[in-house]
Design a protein around this ligand. Structure first.
Ligand SMILES: NC(=O)c1ccc[n+]([C@@H]2O[C@H](COP(=O)([O-])OP(=O)(O)OC[C@H]3O[C@@H](n4cnc5c(N)ncnc54)[C@H](OP(=O)(O)O)[C@@H]3O)[C@@H](O)[C@H]2O)c1
Length: 320
């Protein structure tokens, strides 16, 4: 089968289309013939070689999120899975391929009316948005900021906050055009990447969902209202300054909270329940998915270049 591996870390040109044997499902796994493959921010980080210290090696077959049809099951898996259209989390490898395998507990049947493309746009990121707002103890009427809102986590977080009755949903983004698109998804205030949004923008926020991190994170900690909650879910802008915690200590009397959130810490059944509900919402049109572009699998290099250039709004999807 055709697959995309990292021949050399660094530039997207280091991605290579290769022929490899189709995987055989191990006990507890299913094999899936892919129809849609999500291109995630973490794929880009792995390709750059940033995670080499975490065991990723050149030759790595990228991809963690696919949709497609189950073609075989491993020992211990009910044969009725065969033929079902599913979404699946494949771990941090294996997705950029015509066929892949996943543990059956990480597989979810797609509802009628949801395309594979939509599923891989929402499946991994939607749960992060949901649980980040929950960890931020978001309540109706509160003012929310989604920092780095133009990615698939942020796009869902904006919709969930707006639909959940937020008093205001501010976003950071890099252009007016992207801001207008975020307004159409429920954002009420558009700020630039440094948090400037003009005189009418909210000065403070009860909840911040931050996909960016990076050197400017302390500026946004300063924007928390008293009792405000800051939830860091990503680091697309790099790590924050090492001493950023001093901002919290300096604001001691305002009772601020900072937390990280990774969906890895949510037990699998809880993740699947939320994902299933979000898939149903998306199939009904109550939750919107934003697909930036659909490209053939053998154009994974182009997909990664667009990610590197910051051109992507929503998610790029590959098809085999
Ligand atoms: N917490 C979890 O459980 C979990 C799960 C999966 C992934 N993640 C993490 O989430 C991140 C990917 O999320 P995503 O796919 O939604 O994001 P993304 O699409 O990679 O980025 C979101 C937006 O952030 C803005 N941005 C990019 N670089 C920036 C910079 N240097 N400074 C300020 N803004 C910047 C861009 O929008 P503008 O150009 O409009 O500003 C971009 O569209 C990764 O860090 C990944 O590891 C977390």
């Amino acid at each position: 089968m055709k697959a995309v591996v990292i021949r050399a870390f660094g530039d997207p040109a280091g991605l290579e289309v290769v022929e490899v044997p189709a995987p055989v499902p191990a006990p507890g796994q299913v094999r899936i013939a892919t129809e849609a493959i999500g291109v995630g921010g973490v794929d880009v980080v792995i390709r750059r070689g940033v995670l080499a210290a975490h065991g990723f090696r050149e030759g790595h077959l990228l991809g963690s999120e696919v949709a497609g049809r189950v073609t075989a099951v491993g020992d211990g898996v009910d044969a009725s899975w065969t033929g079902r259209r599913v979404w699946a989390y494949t771990g941090l490898s294996g997705g950029y391929a015509e066929q892949t395998v996943a543990a059956v507990e990480d597989v979810l049947v797609l509802p009628d009316g949801l395309t594979g493309t939509d599923a891989v746009t929402l499946g991994g990121s939607g749960v992060v948005a949901h649980f980040a707002l929950e960890r931020g103890r978001f309540a109706p009427g509160e003012t929310v900021l989604v920092r780095g809102a133009a990615g698939s986590i942020g796009i869902t977080a904006v919709q969930l906050a707006a639909g959940g009755g937020a008093g205001a949903v501010a976003v950071t983004t890099s252009s007016a055009e992207r801001g207008a698109r975020l307004r159409s998804l429920g954002a009420t205030d558009v700020l630039d990447r440094s948090g400037e949004g003009g005189p009418d923008a909210p000065a403070g926020f009860d909840v911040v969902i931050d996909v960016v991190g990076g050197p400017l994170l302390p500026l946004f900690l300063d924007r928390l209202n008293a009792n405000g909650r800051y939830v860091a879910v990503g680091v697309v802008g790099g790590q924050p300054p090492a001493d950023f915690g001093m901002r919290l200590m300096d604001a001691f009397r305002r009772s601020l909270s900072f937390s990280t959130f990774s969906s890895d810490t949510v037990p699998g059944p809880g993740r699947q329940a939320v994902r299933s509900s979000q898939f149903a919402d998306a199939a009904r049109g109550d939750l919107r998915t934003v697909v930036h572009e659909v490209l053939p699998l053998d154009q994974a290099e182009r997909a990664h270049r667009a990610m590197d250039e910051g051109k992507v709004f929503g998610r790029i999807v590959l098809t085999p």
